[in-house]
Write a protein that binds this ligand. Structure first.
Ligand code: UDX
Ligand code: UDX
Ligand code: ADP
Length: 468
């Protein structure tokens, strides 16, 4: 028989594991939650004043429960042995080598967790897949756990996390739904009872294991598809004097379509969308469905086009050359309220501007210079190759990272808004126009400055999906 969950272990103290476990500890004081990671530096950060990730509201929750029923530690084996429920929340990056390179998920870290759990467990454990995974991964996890020599027994559940970065705490507090897939009713119920301590029961959805695994990739594919769909229409709007925000409003009021995720932009970024779609595409091919694979691939193709198109428009507008021009880059994170830059559209926009030999002055309220340089070096590297000296020089000579938006704009020919940070809309644009070269161009990749009337202040203002 499976009793109520008393001790939880979460393997992986990242963007998903950290906040999710903090919320469980916050809501369930009678559950002891241990978050473990092999990365000692990351654990030290979770135990320090400066948490490793920036998320509104997270500090309070972590610091409120830390060292009470929320522990961050590198003692992986002990935490697994003591727990009745073990979440696997490690990264599943895109494979960079071998079969499926560039598309398939690298399940190395998941498999290592399963082997570690098999090795050190005693008694009965409920193993919960939290990481985003290709459908049928639980089959491999079960097979590995079945080989445990200690006689330990296991149930495997799938419980994908749908939180978005920047709103992680709110999403965890009041999720649209919590999805739990499994084969054993008792194990499913044990996890249901954990979430039921704060999530209304009608939002706790239980399905079979495979539906749950597949729903995570599908949800991200649908969300990204909406962004690519509206971005495709933004290109048509620019050619026809239609306005994409008006079109989005008009279609979104159709309750069958709905208003969310229709914001045209310079392109979606983040650690999930592209990775998960490529993974879905690979899975479709693997299961012999090339037409389905092509269908979803197009969402990524459209996103690449949107990022390229933004730079083309900048160059064309600025008299077909940005060479040796200073361009202020406002925002580098993949969206506001996060310090995460993984797959940020800004990386690709900056790369293409550097290839045009522009000089970039980059400002983001949450992103460090080291992070910017690391991202740019990586994008110039082309896979596992060494970065060329030419590219390294280009970054060294043509990129500066500054600590406020005005400094970035000083003497600049153009501002490119790449992240929708609130502070950009409240900048002093009269002063900024004085600081800039004329004509003073503003290219708004998020349409966050659209309602400010910058044309009237003397800017040449262009956004996504409209022409003025
Ligand atoms: C459509 C639009 O809905 C309507 O707004 C527009 O004015 C005219 O075109 P209609 O073609 O009458 O309306 O029917 P609709 O309900 O949209 O269905 C179109 C087709 O899609 C049908 O064959 C329907 O069976 C199919 N469909 C619809 C599905 O297969 N699955 C669905 O979830 C919805
Ligand atoms: C996403 C999913 O939303 C979340 O459910 C899943 O768990 C992880 O992946 P996240 O990547 O954190 O979350 O951010 P999200 O808010 O989905 O935004 C993704 C990207 O799309 C961002 O670059 C954002 O700027 C862009 N976007 C989003 C748009 O360009 N337009 C929109 O209308 C919405
Ligand atoms: P996500 O966005 O999915 O949370 P992150 O990369 O932010 O991904 O976090 C995943 C964490 O999992 C990393 O901190 C990494 O060190 C940790 N990790 C990976 N493999 C293992 C393992 N075998 N044991 C413990 N921790 C691991």
């Amino acid at each position: 028989a499976i009793g109520p969950v008393k001790k939880i272990c979460c393997i992986g103290a990242g963007y998903v594991g950290g906040p999710t476990m903090a919320m469980i500890a916050h809501q369930c004081h009678d559950i002891e939650v241990k978050v473990v990671d092999i990365n000692a530096q990351r654990i030290a950060q979770w135990n320090s004043d400066e948490l490793p990730i920036y998320e509104p509201g997270l500090d309070e929750i972590v610091k409120g429960r830390r060292d009470q029923n929320l522990v961050f530690t590198t003692e992986v084996d002990e935490a697994i042995r003591d727990a009745d429920m073990i979440f696997i929340s490690v990264n599943t990056p895109t494979k960079t080598f071998g079969v499926g390179a560039g598309r398939a998920a690298n399940l190395e870290f998941i498999e290592k967790c399963a082997r570690k759990i098999a090795e050190v467990s005693i008694g009965h454990k409920i193993v919960v897949e939290k990481s985003t995974l290709p459908v049928r991964t639980a089959e491999a996890v079960k097979a590995i756990l079945a080989e445990a020599t200690s006689g330990a027994t296991f149930d495997v559940l799938s419980n994908p996390e749908f939180l978005a970065e920047g709103t992680a705490v709110d999403d965890l507090l009041a999720p649209d739904r919590v999805l739990i897939g499994g084969e054993s009713d008792a194990a499913v119920q044990a996890l249901v009872e954990v979430y039921a301590q704060w999530v209304p029961r009608e939002r706790l959805l239980t399905t079979n294991l495979w539906s749950s695994e597949l729903s995570k990739l599908t949800a991200n594919a649908f969300l990204a598809q909406r962004v690519s769909s509206i971005n495709s229409i933004s290109a048509l709007c620019e050619a026809t004097e239609a306005d994409v925000d008006e079109v989005a409003m008009a279609i979104g009021m159709d309750s069958r379509i709905g208003p969310k995720f229709l914001k045209a932009s310079v392109g979606f970024g983040g650690s999930c969308f592209q990775k998960d779609i490529l993974n879905l595409v690979y899975l479709c091919e693997y299961f012999g469905l090339p037409e389905v694979a092509d269908y979803w691939q197009q969402v990524v193709t459209m996103n690449d086009y949107q990022k390229r198109r933004f730079v083309h428009r900048m160059v064309r507008t600025m008299f077909n050359t940005v060479s040796d021009k200073k361009i202020a880059i406002w925002g580098f994170a993949f969206k506001k309220d996060t310090n995460d830059t993984r797959e940020s559209a800004a990386i690709y926009v900056c790369r293409d501007l550097l290839l045009e030999k522009a000089r970039l002055s980059i400002y983001d309220p949450q992103v460090t210079k080291a992070q910017v340089v690391a991202n740019l070096e990586a994008v110039f590297k082309n896979g596992d190759q060494e970065i060329s000296n030419v590219s390294r020089q280009l970054i060294e000579n043509n990129v500066e990272v500054v600590s406020d938006a005005e400094t970035a704009a000083t003497s600049a020919h153009a501002i490119a808004v790449l992240t929708e940070w609130d502070e950009f809309a409240t900048a002093d644009f009269e002063k900024i126009r004085e600081l800039m070269q004329k004509p003073a161009f503003v290219f708004d990749g998020r349409n966050t400055l659209k309602s400010l009337g910058l044309e009237k202040l003397g800017f040449d203002y262009q956004g996504i999906g409209f022409s003025r």
